[in-house]
Design a protein around this ligand. Structure first.
Ligand SMILES: Nc1ncnc2c1ncn2[C@@H]1O[C@H](COP(=O)(O)OP(=O)(O)O)[C@@H](O)[C@H]1O
Ligand SMILES: [Mg+2]
Length: 399
């Protein structure tokens, strides 16, 4: 995928572009999209237009050359050729993996893709650039609310990672406040979901979440319609392993099917927040940060999390920098809530095939998970706000 940021003069974009200001910044993204998921992605992006924590899609197009859409079709077998197993295998070389003689794996189907270009709002930057822990947590919350908006329009993101959660420094004012879609919950809703939704609404007020957004969720190219429950189970997993939930990672390693759920995405937000805190460029020189980064970005991710959970601003270990010491207790509490929620979610859904029950469990869990994060931020907000960067003798950058 590629992208470019540019300034567009109003009028060069289609009519749904905002009427002011007359010059606006937009992101242009070109991506190779599989034939099967192209329309879904566009549909989701359109439904999210103007929603809190989501970018606004201005324009989408398929580049065409001499009337022919830009695609990889000419390099791949045709659909008829792919239908014939023998012919299909003639197109395929197992160049990297030694083919197993006993159980040769079936030749994968060609991935017919075409180029899609989206122009949308919100040029973000890396979450690692927030310079105080409260701003990072507020940004994460805003992006989580964008994710929840996506869920409310029917899509589960499934690719929450550092490149898809982007910071807005300074914050950007959105057209809409976040709101629970009560119409969606409707009459089929049970009390548990309504209770979680009401708690979330209270917490939005308590935390004073307004229209300003300091981070957002981007991309819907791995999203699925959550109501299509067999879909999330069989859809291929493209998400980055660094940010995958443990349940998703385990099933991937064991090659087992996995129903991707809101729980997986909520855990991914936790790992994104952890990554953003640990990879702040201004802490490159600190003695214990390198080892922590190796853990967080490698096989020892849970060791890294445990290391972080030991930190506290009450008795800071400055070899990690003050920022991480302030976030230690926040990560500890947040992960605790996630783990408790995951157990409850497992109890409610394991073996469950009734779509109505799964739907309720998905929403109750999503609202509760977001509410838990807000509760954690609320609990720690005074201490987070008391953070003052200090300069330590290991360099002259405030940490
Ligand atoms: N709206 C945006 N604003 C600023 N940077 C962006 C935006 N979207 C993507 N990027 C940057 O471009 C990189 C590539 O993005 P993308 O093409 O979506 O691929 P991926 O999501 O797989 O990283 C991202 O990792 C991010 O750093
Ligand atoms: Mg992306």
């Amino acid at each position: 995928m590629t992208f470019a940021v540019g300034e567009f003069v109003q009028g060069l974009t289609r009519s749904s572009a905002p009427s002011s200001p007359s010059r606006m910044q937009a992101i242009l993204k070109a991506s190779w999209v599989r034939r099967s998921s192209a329309s879904l992605e566009m549909d989701i992006l359109k439904k999210c237009e103007g929603l809190f924590g989501c970018p606004r899609l201005y324009y989408s197009l398929n580049p065409v050359d001499n009337g022919i859409p830009t695609s990889n079709h000419i390099f791949l077998p045709t659909a008829e050729e792919a239908d014939n197993a023998e012919r299909l295998s003639g197109f395929h070389w197992t160049s990297w993996k030694k083919a197993s003689k006993k159980t040769p794996s079936p030749t994968p189907m060609p991935q017919w893709s075409s180029m899609h270009v989206h122009v949308h709002s919100l040029a973000g930057s890396s979450l690692t650039l927030f310079d105080d822990p409260m701003s990072l947590m507020a940004g994460i919350l805003h992006a989580v609310l964008g994710w929840l908006n996506m869920l409310q329009v029917g899509a589960l993101h499934r690719d929450v990672k550092i490149g898809n959660v982007l910071a807005l420094i300074p914050p950007v004012e959105m057209e809409n406040l976040f709101s629970v879609n009560h119409a969606l919950l409707g009459t089929k809703c049970d009390e548990a979901v309504e209770m979680e939704a009401a708690r979330l609404e209270n917490l939005l007020v308590k935390l004073g979440v307004g229209r300003n957004v300091s981070a957002f969720i981007s991309d819907a190219d791995s999203a699925v319609e959550w109501s299509d429950f067999p879909g999330p189970r069989s859809a291929s997993r493209s998400a980055s392993e660094n940010f995958m939930s443990a349940a998703n990672l385990i099933s991937l390693k064991r090659n087992q099917p996995h129903l991707h759920t809101p729980m997986d995405d909520l855990y991914s937000f936790f790992y994104v927040a952890q990554w953003a805190a640990v990879f702040r460029p201004s802490t490159d020189h600190l003695p214990l940060v390198k080892g922590l980064r190796d853990s967080v970005s490698g096989l020892g991710r849970s060791d890294g999390t445990n290391e972080l959970k030991q930190l506290t601003h009450l008795n800071p270990d400055l070899r990690y920098g003050l920022f991480l010491n302030f976030l230690g207790p926040v990560f500890k509490d947040w992960l605790n809530e996630l783990d408790t929620l995951a157990v409850n979610f497992g109890v409610a859904t394991r073996g469950e095939t009734d779509v109505a029950k799964l739907r309720l469990a998905f929403f109750a869990t999503a609202y509760r998970g977001v509410g838990d994060l807000m509760e954690v931020i609320h609990k720690h907000q005074d201490s987070l706000r008391s953070y003052q960067p200090v300069v330590v003798d290991l360099g002259d950058t405030p940490i």
